[in-house]
Design a protein. Structure first.
Length: 88
């Protein structure tokens, strides 16, 4: 029962007009596609490295902005504290 269902699904995906399942032709096409994928891996690898670098730089920028803002807030608090002490 399962075999027939899956076989029909598979045959529905076959683009050849005779709808035959030809394992040798599929193996050949698979080998060709695997070679294409191997060729693309290098370019994808470079792209991934560049994107990761951009992400790290962006995170560092946000972190630096946060640190600078905290330092400015601390300076402001110190100035306010000194001003209150001088008034007393």
């Amino acid at each position: 029962m399962h075999y027939e269902v899956y076989r029909d699904l598979l045959k529905g995906k076959i683009q050849e007009p005779d709808k035959k399942i030809t394992a040798n032709a599929w193996r050949k096409e698979l080998a060709e596609l695997e070679q294409k994928v191997e060729g693309l891996e290098d370019s994808f690898r470079d792209t991934v490295i560049k994107l990761a670098s951009c992400e790290v730089i962006e995170w560092n920028k946000k972190e630096l902005e946060r640190v600078i803002k905290n330092e400015e807030n601390e300076k402001t608090k110190m100035v306010i504290s000194r001003t209150r002490q001088n008034r007393s």
